[in-house]
Design a protein around this ligand. Structure first.
Ligand code: NAG
Ligand code: NAG
Ligand code: NAG
Ligand code: NAG
Length: 532
């Protein structure tokens, strides 16, 4: 090799290494050993996080590990089926009262802030459970509903809260039907679309469900999607098939509805990544994951999928809508399928998807993590703008010696907007009502040093039920905002913004939301509000 060529190559390597070192975002370890690999993860309005796995994973029968809740500590060698993480102390407290198997179940917050949790495996198949969250310093635990059961057993179903506060529970393995909670007379209603979407390896489980601002549900399974009128149980529109293979369990990519804004007449859905068809069935752990994303205006008259490629292929990614409206894609693997021992090549690099940029400029590769987060891992937006990363267990049981061991640690990823360089632009919410009403005006007082006042956003984010690469009930709504007063309080500028609450339950179903002030792409710490 000529010396000049060698120097050129060396120079190129230095550029590559430097740019790697400069990749955006930071990782931190929150909990080293949570005694649970969280398969389902939910953030509560008390800034705690409910972690949930399935029964009988640790050594020994579960009954050996049931301990008096008055003395909430686990015996050595025991793992929690459920636990709660306090975000102020990073301490994990086991929960004891999920008595039935929550493996691959589903959930959703109800309008009063109670977490509804449905279905599962074995004795949990038809069960309903509730968790009423409390202050981190108090004790609260699960309650099994006992008598009230699902009309049909549901394993791998998806829940979505509806505009009137009922929760719809959609599909599941071999369950092409929907039902409501609170239960309605008549039980489950058939939903043949889900049967149509099933292939020889399923691919219709954990359907992607988005409540659109026009009141219909957008339901996506395999490569098919429809507009579903749940009030009449009819499909009112069929969207074109999405090219690039199946996208739901066991071939999961992920999906989000982009932030709702303006007059809320438009909603756009994005579906990214997935496994190759056959990877699950033929045990092809090295089948390269899909790189493509489809994006469709779900409220459009005659919409088509707009296709775009991610920087790398990804299966089992989690898509998290950040307070800014950008989307973080994190976790997963570059090859294989969902299921036990079925994936390889962990995908350590998160990617930021910036929906408002022109095509070709939307993806930014971020700073990689160091822990593989594959099957049964989760990602959730936290009230301080970080993203909580938990779980990963691609094995049937807890297994710390196999490849990609069961992961008991919990991490947080801080997007670049939390970097020290941007700290001076971070706004603070000083004042916010506890409750807001549909269509009503309310004031938010925001302080900060370098606020682009005319551009300040007030955005509300739901707390979804994250499991299996999809966050059930995830939504971000950007509110209409106007500046109504500026005050100097002891040398600190206070900006009083008048906001308009979402017009109705289709734009934002009733319940608790995180309210973020966003200044020049930097979110405040959120305060919680109840929308009624
Ligand atoms: C909410 O809507 C569903 C679907 O239309 C309906 O069956 C149910 O009765 C409603 N629930 C309440 C509490 O009004
Ligand atoms: C959708 O999936 C089915 C198999 O389930 C396949 O036959 C069909 O070609 C796929 N459609 C597209 C557009 O790829
Ligand atoms: C995947 O694995 C199979 C069997 O181990 C092997 O035959 C095949 O070449 C591999 N494919 C790739 C793309 O590595
Ligand atoms: C752990 O997983 C490996 C596969 O990665 C498997 O060979 C081994 O048998 C498992 N061990 C236990 C105790 O289940």
């Amino acid at each position: 090799m000529k010396p000049s060529r060698f120097i050129l190559l060396l120079f190129m390597w230095m550029v590559i290494l430097k740019s790697r070192a400069d990749l955006l975002g930071t990782w931190e370890l929150l909990v080293d050993d949570a005694r649970i690999a969280s398969m389902h993860t939910v953030v509560t309005r008390f800034n705690t996080v409910v972690l949930l796995d399935r029964i009988n994973l640790g050594p020994g029968p579960k009954s050996d590990c049931q301990i008096d809740p008055e003395h909430p500590a686990l015996k050595p060698g025991c793992y929690s089926q459920s636990a709660i993480l306090d975000l102020t102390t990073n301490k994990v407290r086991p929960l004891f009262k999920t008595l039935t198997d929550t493996w691959c179940s589903s959930g959703q917050f109800m309008s009063d802030g109670t977490l509804l949790q449905t279905g599962g495996f074995n004795d949990g198949f038809q069960k309903i459970r509730k968790f009423t969250p409390c202050e981190a310093t108090s004790f609260c635990d699960w309650a099994e509903l006992g008598e009230t059961e699902l009309s049909e057993g549901r394993w791998y179903s998806t829940n979505q809260i509806l505009p009137n506060g009922s929760v719809i529970i959609i599909g599941g393995r071999a369950a092409a039907s929907v039902e409501l909670f609170p239960p309605q007379g008549g039980g489950a209603v058939k939903f043949p679309f889900l049967a149509e979407a099933e292939d020889m390896q399923m691919d219709n489980c954990y359907p992607y469900v988005h409540l659109l601002p026009n009141g219909y549900l957008f339901v996506f399974a395999n490569n098919l999607s429809v507009l579903y009128d749940y009030t009449k149980n009819v499909v009112v529109k069929r969207f074109p098939q999405l090219v690039g293979g199946p996208r739901n369990y066991p071939s999961a990519g992920s999906s989000v509805m982009l932030a709702l804004k303006g007059d809320y007449s438009t909603a756009t859905v994005v579906v990214c990544g997935g496994a190759q068809y056959g990877a699950f069935h033929d045990w092809r752990t090295n089948a390269t994951a899909r790189q493509s994303c489809g994006r469709i205006v779900a409220t459009g008259e005659d919409p088509v999928w707009e296709m775009e490629a991610m920087p790398v292929g990804r299966i089992m990614g989690d898509m998290v809508v950040l307070p800014t409206g950008d989307v973080l894609i994190v976790n997963g693997a570059e090859a294989g399928s969902q299921g036990f021992e079925l994936a390889s090549k962990p995908c350590l690099y998160p990617v930021l998807y910036r929906p408002d940029e022109p095509m070709g400029l939307r993806f930014v590769t971020l700073n990689p993590g160091s822990v593989p987060r594959m099957y049964h891992s989760t990602a959730n937006l936290l009230p301080d703008g970080r993203v909580l990363i938990a779980g990963s267990n691609p094995h049937y049981f807890y297994n710390f010696t196999g490849e990609f061991p069961t992961e008991l640690s919990i991490e947080a990823f801080s997007p670049e907007y939390l970097s020290p360089e941007r700290a001076s632009t971070r706004p603070t919410i000083v004042e916010l009502p506890e409750r807001i009403q549909y269509g009503g005006g309310f004031d938010v007082v925001v302080s900060g040093k370098f606020l682009a006042v005319g551009l300040l956003e007030i955005n509300i984010a739901s707390a979804p039920f994250a499991t299996h690469s999809f966050s059930q009930g995830q939504r971000l709504v950007k509110l209409a905002v106007s500046l109504s007063a500026v005050e100097d309080v002891d040398g600190v500028w206070m900006y009083r913004l008048t906001c308009t609450a979402p017009p109705d339950g289709s734009v934002a179903p009733p319940g608790y939301y995180m309210v973020f002030a966003v200044n020049l792409g930097v979110p405040s710490v959120a305060k919680w509000v109840q929308l009624i």
